[in-house]
Write a protein that binds this ligand. Structure first.
Ligand code: GRF
Length: 226
């Protein structure tokens, strides 16, 4: 089986990186070939090292400006022959020029149901808004922050006593199911970017609707009937 070569970009903890690494067994259609962090002390680097995946730090502070930083990142990704790039808690906004060099090949995960709650401090804002459901989204990266065609989403309930940490943990669990799934869909061509939307293989949607809402489980577990 031909496996697509994926580089994962992180800045911190790297729990989504870890789930991608775990998912990418030999029968998975994507292979994690490199982990890149923009900070030398990102704890997530250890997940790459532990799995025997080459890791590299491309530190913004070692580069005179954003263009030089992105050029270094670009040459690193080309050198390792990455075909797709997964952002997993990567805290830098990439420029339109960088994104244009990887047309429809950069994915990101965001802890909300986009296009709602883009940006930082997502869970605080979800709780303040009083919405009953939130979730997470894997999307194709476009120049605007947390914007781009949606590949997959998972719905997660917001429960009455939720704190930011409790809600974040519930959403993170759904993220860990969603990112490998979304990568599987694009790597196999079952999800294809068509302009501003991602089209999903119709048969797959009919036979496995749960694939597209792997967070749905939490609703049964968290909200009683009656
Ligand atoms: C996740 O919540 C992800 O959605 C957001 O940043 C966080 C990264 O967490 N983009 P981790 O580093 O993968 O644990």
């Amino acid at each position: 089986m031909e496996r697509v070569r994926v580089a994962v970009l992180i800045s911190g903890r790297g729990s989504n990186l870890q789930t991608l690494i775990r998912a990418a067994r030999p029968d998975f259609p994507a292979e994690i070939v490199h982990v890149v962090s923009d900070t030398p002390d990102a704890p997530g680097l250890a997940h790459g090292r532990d799995a025997g995946i080459p890791v590299r730090v491309v530190d913004r502070r070692d580069h005179a400006n954003r263009a030089a930083f992105e050029a270094a990142l670009e040459s690193c990704l080309r050198e390792v022959e990455a075909e797709w790039v997964c952002l997993a808690g990567f805290m830098r906004v990439l420029t339109a020029d960088f994104i244009a060099a990887w047309p429809d090949k950069i994915l990101n995960i965001h802890p909300s149901l986009l296009p709602a709650f883009k940006g930082l401090h997502t869970h605080e804002r979800v709780l303040a808004a009083g919405v009953r459901f939130t979730g997470c989204t894997v999307h194709v990266v476009r120049p605007a922050v947390d914007d781009g065609p949606v590949i997959a989403q998972a719905v997660v309930p917001v429960l009455p006593d939720d704190t930011v940490d409790v809600l974040a943990a519930r959403v993170l669990e759904a993220e860990h199911r969603l990112y490998p799934l979304a990568l599987h869909l694009v790597a196999t061509g079952k999800a294809r970017v068509m302009g501003d939307r991602v089209e999903i293989n119709r048969d797959l949607f009919a036979t496995s609707p749960a694939l597209f809402n792997p967070g749905g489980k939490g609703i049964e577990g968290g909200v009683g009937g009656g």
